[in-house]
Design a protein around this ligand. Structure first.
Ligand code: MLT
Length: 300
């Protein structure tokens, strides 16, 4: 019988499916001081974003039975993948499940910043009626630059095209096979796009993909959406670009520090923000649960 620790919760259906398959499930969140020792008793660990699996934790856990870590989500940046590999522990994620949910949230932020949806909500609650002030722009006819043409980027491209947007994209791996949209170099994308949406992981060796220099290349009055990872954008440079009007609006789901501590950014009148909820839909969570079960079943 294999023991599985579910550290950040998982869909009930997925837990029941694992139990029915004969796995021994513990649904418990350990604090970081105790996690390494506790993991010695488990064959697999399932996490979302709250648990950080650091080298220190793995150094302790490697003395035990741990063979598999499953990230119920796309990004594996909360796992020291290099250390896990060194200690013979497999790391898997669920890349197929949340693309539409994240793409829809990116679109929701695009609409929100283009039409002052969030800002109107709080100003109206303060008794303001800013009909004249909130003249927005249409998405239709605008150029959307998508940085990162993986599953989420492709889903967003299809949805944006249906709304009448023109899509260009850039990807670190170059032109993506089977993608019908126009590939352009990053600087061209930055200078040509009315809306830019980021769908790339954070690479700590490269640092922020969008900093002061990249913001300067962008069109005046561009809208920037980040539903990828907080550090992909330099928040200080973004705030400056919002203040000086270079950026007309920013839709942000992810932050350099989470939970967010950058009050100035989330309180900016031209920012639409959400607390890292890209994959937080019933549909995505159900698919993630199913994908976690398949990964574990296949592994053992
Ligand atoms: C992911 O990496 O799957 C998303 O950012 C969602 C999450 O971390 O909760």
């Amino acid at each position: 019988m294999y023991n599985i620790l579910i550290s950040d919760g998982l869909q009930e259906k997925a837990i029941n499916n694992l139990i029915n398959l004969g796995f021994n499930i513990t649904d418990k969140h350990y604090n970081k001081e105790d996690l390494g020792e506790a993991l010695k008793e488990y064959d697999a660990l399932v996490i979302r974003s709250a648990t950080k699996v650091t080298r220190d934790i793995l150094e302790v856990a490697k003395e035990g039975k741990l063979k598999l870590i499953v990230r119920a989500g796309v990004g594996v940046d909360n796992i020291d993948v290099i250390a896990a590999d060194e200690f013979g522990i497999t790391v898997r994620n669920t890349p197929n499940s949340s693309s539409d949910s994240v793409a829809e949230l990116a679109l929701a932020h695009m609409f929100a910043v283009a039409r002052f949806v969030g800002t109107s909500n709080y100003t109206m609650r303060n008794g303001e009626w800013n009909k004249k002030k909130y003249e927005g722009v249409e998405l239709s006819g605008k150029t959307l630059g998508i940085v990162g043409m993986g599953r989420i980027g492709r889903s967003l491209a299809d949805k944006a095209t249906a709304l009448g947007m023109k899509v260009v994209y850039n990807d670190a791996f170059g032109k993506v096979d089977g993608v019908k949209y126009n590939f352009v170099e990053l600087n061209e994308l930055l200078s040509a796009s009315d809306f830019i949406s980021l769908h790339v992981p954070y690479d700590k060796n490269l640092g922020s993909l969008i900093g002061k220099k990249e913001l300067e290349i962008m069109k005046d009055g561009v809208y920037l959406i980040n539903c990828a990872r907080g550090r992909v954008v330099d928040e200080e440079a973004l705030l400056e670009a919002l203040d000086n009007g270079k950026i007309a609006g920013a839709g942000i789901d992810v932050f350099e520090i989470e939970p967010n501590t950058n009050e100035a950014l989330v309180n900016h009148p031209r920012v639409s923000c959400t607390p890292h909820i890209g994959a937080s839909t019933m549909e995505a969570q159900e698919r993630i649960g199913d994908e976690v079960v398949s990964v574990i079943k296949e592994f053992f």
